[in-house]
Ligand binder design. Structure first.
Ligand SMILES: Nc1ncnc2c1ncn2[C@@H]1O[C@H](COP(=O)(O)OP(=O)(O)OP(=O)(O)O)[C@@H](O)[C@H]1O
Length: 391
């Protein structure tokens, strides 16, 4: 199973420029998470901080009991071996063929024989659909193939955590879906923890188990995908819909005067961009038939049901609706549009579903962790994320 990554109060600046502060979240082991955010909000800086390429100002990032912010260089070197990183362009060496590119980490970081290296390289090329392409140079193949080769190289040291930086950059929507399918298939096969940084809304809506968003130098939210996808927060809705209308501006954010001026323009009929209102929680993509079950997804069901009573009602409803009738019975929940849910109750002994009274006991009413208040609207501030005591 992949490693859990526990991040607490992580803060990063370059000189006087604050990038983000007090980021707290946990990447659950073996689950696929994605981080959204407008350009320049520091998503790539976040990935680099997770592998110790950049040093945060303060906070913790704990992997297998080691805080990589404060650990020794030697420990950091060891922890880095747990990571596979897929950079935007695949970061392949242009003068090496795919075989040598994929073999590179094995030759650099292990003492494996060339026979063993050959077995591993061919296995990873096969896993990423690059059978027979081993002699090609990066310049001779498409952008999608380069990304798959980058993924093959990221896999050769059997990573427990895979970081992916904007997998859709330079890819058309169809190729983006193919690479997304590959992530889920690889996740099913090796059960590694994934974090994908992306602006791609299709990918964000259909691929990850968990979604987060960085905005205005903070983590706006992080939690099960249903929380962000049912959020009424203006910044989240604007981002998911790709419209000009909302708090995100041409540079990172707008002031209230600009918001008001633009609002008047949109109300007068100016097109705010975007094609249609995107809302709701579409079904999640699954591994290709024949690929093993994603154990991360299996564990996630139990995990999410345990924290369910702390999630907003719309997210609860969506989670319950995504369960099969057998799973609903197993967890003792039923869909019940427009009503609070009976949640968190596991069947005892005989598996009889718990009663649904249409009204939860006070301690089970969905509430926002930390604040105990319903989500505020009209502001981008969100309830605390999934850190200690959160989602
Ligand atoms: N090594 C560095 N030194 C100084 N500033 C940096 C460094 N790396 C990144 N930055 C700054 O940090 C900010 C966040 O950059 P980053 O690339 O992480 O954003 P991003 O959210 O990944 O953007 P995009 O979606 O456009 O890729 C930018 O203002 C960038 O100029």
């Amino acid at each position: 199973m992949g490693a859990e990554v526990v991040i607490e109060g992580l803060t990063k600046s370059f000189g006087k420029q604050a990038i983000w502060r007090d980021v707290t979240l946990t990447l659950p082991p073996g689950e696929v998470s994605a981080m959204l955010g407008p350009s320049g909000t520091g998503k790539s800086v976040f990935l680099k901080s997770m592998i110790g390429l950049l040093k945060p100002d303060r906070g913790r990032c704990v992997i297998n009991g080691v805080d990589i912010v404060t650990c020794s260089e030697h420990k950091l070197y060891e922890i880095r071996k747990l990571f596979g990183v897929l950079f935007q362009d695949g970061a392949l060496f242009g003068s090496m063929n795919l075989y040598d590119n994929v073999a590179f980490p094995l030759r650099e970081h292990t003492k494996k024989s060339e026979t063993e290296i050959r077995r591993i390289v061919l296995e990873k090329l096969d896993m990423t659909g690059l059978n027979g392409a081993d002699k090609k140079l990066p310049g001779e193949i498409s952008g999608g193939m380069r990304k798959r080769a980058g993924l093959a190289r990221a896999l050769v040291l059997d990573p427990e955590i895979i970081l992916v930086d904007e997998p859709d950059s330079g890819l058309d929507p169809v190729r983006t879906t193919y690479i997304s399918q590959l992530f889920l298939d690889v996740n099913a096969q090796i059960d590694a923890t994934f974090l994908i940084v992306t602006h791609n809304i299709n990918l964000a809506r259909t691929v990850p188990d968990n979604l987060g968003m960085l905005f205005r130098k903070e983590l706006v939210m992080f939690g099960p995908r249903e929380v962000l996808l049912t959020s009424e927060e203006p910044v989240v809705k604007q981002f998911l819909n790709g419209k000009m209308q909302g708090p995100i501006g041409m540079s990172e954010e707008k002031d209230s005067a600009q918001m008001a001026a633009e609002q008047a323009m949109f109300e007068a009929g100016h097109h705010a961009g975007g094609v249609e209102d995107i809302s709701g929680v579409p079904p999640q993509m699954q591994p290709t038939p024949g690929v093993p079950t994603r154990m991360g997804a299996v564990r996630r069901k139990d995990r999410v049901m345990e924290i369910m009573h702390r999630l907003p009602p719309a997210a609860q409803e969506s989670i319950i609706e995504s369960l099969s009738p057998e799973e609903q019975r197993h967890y003792g929940v039923r869909p019940h549009r427009g009503q609070p849910q009976q949640v968190g109750a596991r069947p005892q002994g005989d598996g009889v579903p718990s009663q649904h009274h249409g009204q939860l006991p006070a301690d089970q009413v969905a509430r926002i962790p930390g604040g105990g208040q319903p989500p505020r609207t009209g502001t981008h501030r969100m309830p605390p994320n999934n850190g200690p005591g959160g989602w």
